[in-house]
Design a protein around this ligand. Structure first.
Ligand code: LHQ
Length: 263
């Protein structure tokens, strides 16, 4: 797959920076199978030919997570393989890219969309952006590495609050909490993120790759990202077989509050 074949993302390479733009603004850049495939391919391409990667979204959102209108994905009872085969490689393509990845979060980042952004090495967000661990709203657990990253970034208390209550966290507070690098005025986001990406692209690329590897191995050592992605997949497989998940998705699509039964 080449940049010319991409339908759900845009890919541009300039000054050593590969800019990848999620481009399904009518559904807030939510992820369907094609977008996951294209994004994973684009990250592999960028890892080969760029010295920094800039990830952002078209329109008013960064990414609303899984496309809940995609029946193939959400009606399937097997979320475990969907996650193992498609989401985990995507998270690892970001987290383990050999070059620095900058996320420019231009609007709401929800569910897996929030956690893909947080997998980047340096996250900038516009002041109007929000981070939403939306999973509990539809009867799921945080995936796409959220259960690994959140407690490490902001501590267990805040991670649990965000995930249990599934309320949006605005960009300013996200920066105060240390969830992201910085919040900037919306109008300045693109230029600020591009300036950082260009600066990183002109940096010591080999050292950055080694720095990323060193940093990945640091911190609380009970588990690795790869182990946690596998655990999330197993648990999400179970959550995906619950009636509450079917109800959560139906309620979202019908634009009404869910009636969870606890089973
Ligand atoms: C959407 C979506 C969306 C489809 C907005 N899908 N259309 C992995 C494996 C397998 C299965 C399950 O999940 C996972 C991981 C996950 O990511 S689970 C979490 C999935 N994401 C969510 O639960 C978030 C769903 N979206 C929302 O809660 C809201 O849209 C947010 C809070 C993001 C934004 O709210 P608003 O600004 O009020 O926008 P809106 O809700 O009106 O959305 C605009 C349009 O986008 C709307 O379509 P319409 O035709 O009415 O204009 C939405 O239906 C559509 N959309 N998110 N994930």
């Amino acid at each position: 797959m080449t940049a010319l074949d991409y339908e759900t993302i845009r890919y541009a390479l300039a000054d050593g920076v590969a800019t990848i733009t999620l481009d399904r603004p009518e559904v807030l850049n939510s992820l369907n199978a094609r977008m996951r495939r294209e994004l994973t391919a684009a990250l592999a391409q960028a890892s080969q030919e760029a010295r920094a990667i800039l990830l952002t979204g078209a329109g008013r959102a960064f990414c609303a997570g899984q496309d809940l209108g995609d029946a193939r994905d959400v009606a399937s009872v097997d979320l475990e393989s969907l996650i193992l085969e498609e989401y985990a490689p995507l998270v690892r393509a970001i987290a383990e890219a050999p070059v620095p990845v900058v996320a420019a979060v231009n609007g709401v980042a929800a569910g897996a969309g929030a956690n893909l952004a947080l997998a980047a090495d340096l996250v900038l967000a516009g002041h109007s952006a929000q981070f939403l661990q939306a999973f509990a709203r539809i009867g799921l657990i945080p995936d796409a590495g959220g259960s690994y990253l959140l407690p490490r970034l902001i501590g267990r208390a805040r991670a649990m609050g965000l995930c249990l209550l599934a309320e949006p966290l605005d960009a300013g507070k996200a920066a105060d909490w240390g969830l992201i690098w910085a919040a900037v005025p919306d109008a300045e986001l693109d230029a600020a993120a591009l300036a950082i990406a260009r600066r990183l692209a002109a940096g010591p690329t080999v050292a950055f790759r080694l720095l990323k590897t060193a940093m990945r191995g640091a911190g609380p050592a009970e588990t690795t990202l790869a182990d946690q992605l596998a655990l999330e997949a197993r648990l999400q497989g179970e959550a995906g077989r619950s009636r509450d998940f079917q109800e959560g998705v139906a309620a979202f699509l019908e634009k009404r509050p869910p009636r969870f039964e606890g089973r």
